[in-house]
Design a protein around this ligand. Structure first.
Ligand SMILES: NC(=O)c1ccc[n+]([C@@H]2O[C@H](COP(=O)([O-])OP(=O)(O)OC[C@H]3O[C@@H](n4cnc5c(N)ncnc54)[C@H](OP(=O)(O)O)[C@@H]3O)[C@@H](O)[C@H]2O)c1
Length: 296
C-alpha cells in the first residue's frame, strides 16, 4: 500500500488554523496532524520524531508546516527544523504564519503586475508606503518590496514600534532600505509615494478619500483588509487593477479578494512542492512570492 501524505502542522497558537488544514488537504496532503502551543525548544524532538519513523521514500510524503502568528518565530522554527534534520532523514518544511507570507506575496505580485501594465514601472527604486505595517503581513510585504529594490516606509501608530519593526526587517532579512514612519505623518510620505499597501488590522480604514486626492504621484493602492470599511477608501475587495476615481494620477486599486486569489494559488503551489520536489525544500515568503509572480 502507498504511504499516505502526512503533514505535521506545528503552531505556537492554541489552535491550528482550519484555513491551513483545508489548504493542505486541497493540495494533496491526506493526513494533517496538528501540534499546538509548540515552543521553539520542542522543535528538535518534533522534527526528529517525524524523520526517523519513515524510510527516505516515505519521507518524501512527509512534511512540516509552521503556522502561528509571528513572522520571526516562524522563520526561527524553519531554521531550527533545518538544523535538526539528519540527511537522508530529512523532510520539506514550509512556514506561512497567519497566512501572512502568501498574502504579502500575492499583494506584491499584483502590485508589480499593475505597476508594469499601467505605468511601465518596476518595484526597483519605487517609493512604497505600508500602512499598518508592523503586523505579520506588513513585515513580509516590506521585506519582499525592499529586496526587489524599492524604498519602503513602514508606518504604524507608534513610531517606536515602527522603528523596531523596520530595524528587524533590515537586520534580520538583509533588506537595507526599510525605514519607519508614524501614522500621524502619513500624508507627508504619501505625497511622494508610488505605491501604498494597506496591511492594517481588519475593519480599520487607514487611508481616506482625502489622502488619495492629495497623493498626486500614486500609482498603486493595494488593500489586504476584507472587512468593511475598506482599508483604503475607494478600493473594493474585488478590484484588480481598477482605476481609482479620486486619484489624480489614475492610480490602480487592488482589493483583498483579488489578493486572496493569488495568495491561494501561491500557498497551494508551496504545499504541493513539498512532496513533489525530489529533494527536501524549505519555503518562506520569498518562495511564496516567486509562485505568486508566476500566477498573475
Ligand atoms: N486578503 C487576504 O487573503 C488576507 C489574508 C490574511 C490576512 N489578511 C488581512 O491582512 C491585514 C493584515 O494582517 P495582519 O495579521 O498582519 O494584521 P494585524 O497584525 O492584525 O494588524 C496589523 C497592524 O495594524 C495596526 N492596527 C491594529 N489595530 C489598529 C487600530 N485600531 N487602528 C489603527 N491601526 C491598527 C497595528 O499596527 P500599529 O500598532 O503599529 O499601529 C498592527 O500591527 C488584515 O486586515 C487581515 O485581515 C488578508
Amino acid at each position: 500500500m502507498d504511504k499516505p501524505y502526512i503533514l505535521h502542522l506545528i503552531t505556537s497558537e492554541k489552535n491550528a488554523s482550519p484555513f491551513d488544514v483545508n489548504m493542505a488537504i486541497d493540495a494533496g496532503w491526506t493526513n494533517i496532524i496538528p501540534y499546538t502551543n509548540a515552543e521553539q525548544t520542542e522543535i528538535q524532538t518534533l522534527v526528529q520524531d517525524a524523520i526517523f519513523s519513515r524510510s527516505p521514500s516515505g519521507l518524501q510524503r512527509t512534511g512540516i508546516f509552521f503556522g502561528g502568528r509571528d513572522t520571526h518565530e516562524a522563520m526561527d522554527m524553519i531554521q531550527e527544523a533545518k538544523k535538526h534534520m539528519v540527511p537522508p532523514f530529512e523532510v520539506s518544511v514550509f512556514a506561512d504564519p497567519s497566512g501572512a507570507f502568501t498574502t504579502a506575496a500575492g499583494m506584491v505580485a499584483l502590485t508589480e503586475k499593475y505597476l508594469k501594465d499601467g505605468f511601465d514601472h518596476g518595484l526597483d527604486k519605487s517609493s512604497v508606503v505600508i500602512l499598518g505595517g508592523t503586523g505579520p503581513v506588513g513585515v513580509a510585504s516590506a521585506v519582499i518590496c525592499a529586496k526587489a529594490g524599492a524604498n519602503v516606509r513602514l508606518v504604524g501608530r507608534s513610531i517606536e514600534k515602527a522603528e523596531k519593526t523596520a530595524a528587524i526587517c533590515n537586520d534580520r532579512y538583509q533588506s537595507k532600505n526599510v525605514v519607519a514612519g508614524a501614522d500621524a505623518d502619513k500624508q507627508d510620505y504619501l505625497n511622494k509615494a508610488d505605491i501604498v499597501l494597506n496591511t492594517g488590522a481588519a475593519g480599520i480604514q487607514l487611508m481616506s478619500d482625502e489622502n488619495i486626492q492629495m497623493s498626486s504621484n500614486l500609482k498603486i493602492c493595494a488593500d489586504t483588509n476584507a472587512v468593511p470599511p475598506s482599508g483604503i477608501a475607494g478600493v473594493d475587495v474585488m478590484d484588480s487593477g481598477k482605476i481609482m476615481e479620486k486619484s489624480p494620477n489614475k492610480c490602480r486599486g487592488i482589493g483583498a479578494l483579488a489578493i486572496g486569489n493569488v495568495k491561494y494559488k501561491s500557498q497551494h503551489e508551496c504545499l504541493k512542492l513539498m512532496y513533489t520536489s525530489d529533494d527536501p525544500v524549505y519555503l518562506d515568503f520569498e518562495d511564496a512570492f516567486k509562485f505568486a509572480q508566476k500566477s498573475v
